[in-house]
Design a protein around this ligand. Structure first.
Ligand SMILES: Nc1ncnc2c1ncn2[C@@H]1O[C@H](COP(=O)(O)OP(=O)(O)O)[C@@H](O)[C@H]1O
Ligand SMILES: [Mg+2]
Length: 269
C-alpha cells in the first residue's frame, strides 16, 4: 500500500463503470418536515468490484441501496446501469436483506431457490431449473439441505439460501443490506469467506451495506463512508490490501484507522 490513500483512487480510473449515480436525492415527507436522506449523491460503481457502503445507523444506507435496486421513487438525479436509467427492479440487480425471514416459509430450500427462475420464466424445463438451483446450493455450501424448510435452518444457512436464490438469476450486481448483521461473530466470518468465494467464482459486482468497519475492510475493494443528512458520502476509500485478508494483515491497521477517523464516531448520536 502507498502512503497516500487518496492517490490510490487512480487504480480504479480505467475500470468499467456498471452503475453511475449523479446528484441523486431522496426525501421522506412527514407531516411536520421534509427529511433529506440523500442529498445530491454522486457515486460510480465499477464492474466486478466489491463496494462497501459504511455509515452509522440512520445515515441513509438502506435508502441508497433501495435507490440502486430501483425500488423507490427519487426526488431528482440520474441513476444509470450500463448507460440505462434505473426506474424499476430488474433481475440484473438483485437485493439480499438482513432479515432471516426473506425465504418463503412454506417452501423448501430448493423450492425457494428455484422460484425466481419460475416466476421470470427462465430455463427450458423444471428439471433444468432444478439443476441450476442445485448448482448454486452447492456453491453456497448448502448441499444436503434442499428439502429442508426455512424454520429448520440456522440464520447463516438462511442467508446462504437467500444468496443461492439471488444467484440463480445470474445478476450482474448483488445488492446486500447488512446481510451478515444478525449473525454471531464466527458465522459472520464464515459467511464473509463464502461471499468472497461466490464473488471469485461468479465475477458478480457486489455492493454491500454495513456499519462494521472490520467487515468493510476485510471484504471490499472500496469503502464509501457515509454521514448523516446533507453530509452524504464523505469519502470513497480504495482498499488495496492483498487478498486473502485477515484482521491484522499488513496495512490493516492503517486503513482501519483511516476509516475510523472518517466515521467521526464520538460525535455521532
Ligand atoms: N419509508 C420511510 N419513511 C420515512 N422516513 C424514512 C423511511 N425510511 C427511512 N427513513 C428515515 O430515513 C433515514 C435513513 O434511513 P435508512 O436509509 O434506513 O438508514 P440506514 O440504513 O443507514 O440505517 C432515517 O432517519 C430513517 O428514519
Ligand atoms: Mg439500513
Amino acid at each position: 500500500m502507498g502512503n497516500d490513500l487518496k492517490d490510490e483512487e487512480d487504480n480504479f480510473r480505467d475500470r468499467a463503470v456498471t452503475i453511475r449515480l449523479r446528484s441523486v436525492s431522496k426525501y421522506y415527507q412527514s407531516s411536520q418536515a421534509t427529511l433529506r436522506v440523500l442529498d445530491n449523491i454522486d457515486l460510480d460503481i465499477y464492474q466486478g468490484e466489491i463496494l462497501a457502503i459504511l455509515g452509522p445507523s440512520g445515515c441513509g444506507k438502506t435508502t441508497l441501496l433501495r435507490q440502486i435496486a430501483g425500488f423507490d421513487h427519487r426526488e431528482s438525479g440520474s441513476l444509470l446501469m450500463d448507460g440505462q436509467e434505473i426506474v424499476k427492479p430488474e433481475v440484473k440487480r438483485i437485493m439480499i436483506f438482513q432479515d432471516f425471514n426473506q425465504l418463503f416459509p412454506w417452501k423448501t430450500v430448493i423450492q425457494n431457490v428455484v422460484y425466481p427462475l419460475q416466476v421470470n420464466s427462465i430455463g427450458e424445463s423444471d428439471a433444468a431449473n432444478n439443476e441450476i438451483a442445485l448448482q448454486y446450493l452447492k456453491l453456497v455450501e448448502l448441499s444436503g439441505f434442499e428439502d429442508s424448510y426455512p424454520h429448520q435452518l440456522s440464520g447463516g444457512m438462511k442467508q446462504k439460501a437467500a444468496m443461492a436464490r439471488a444467484l440463480t438469476l445470474k445478476p450482474k450486481v448483488l445488492l446486500m443490506d447488512e446481510p451478515f448483521g444478525s449473525l454471531d461473530a464466527l458465522t459472520r466470518i464464515s459467511l464473509q469467506n463464502l461471499l468472497l468465494k461466490v464473488w471469485r467464482e461468479t465475477g458478480v459486482t457486489i455492493v454491500f451495506v454495513t456499519h462494521d468497519i472490520q467487515e468493510a475492510v476485510i471484504l471490499s475493494d472500496r469503502i464509501a463512508v457515509m454521514g448523516r443528512g446533507t453530509v452524504g458520502i464523505k469519502k470513497v476509500i480504495p482498499n488495496l490490501l492483498d487478498r486473502p485478508r485477515v484482521v491484522g494483515v499488513a496495512g490493516y491497521a492503517e486503513i482501519y484507522g483511516y476509516v475510523y477517523s472518517l466515521m467521526d464516531i464520538n460525535s455521532e448520536r
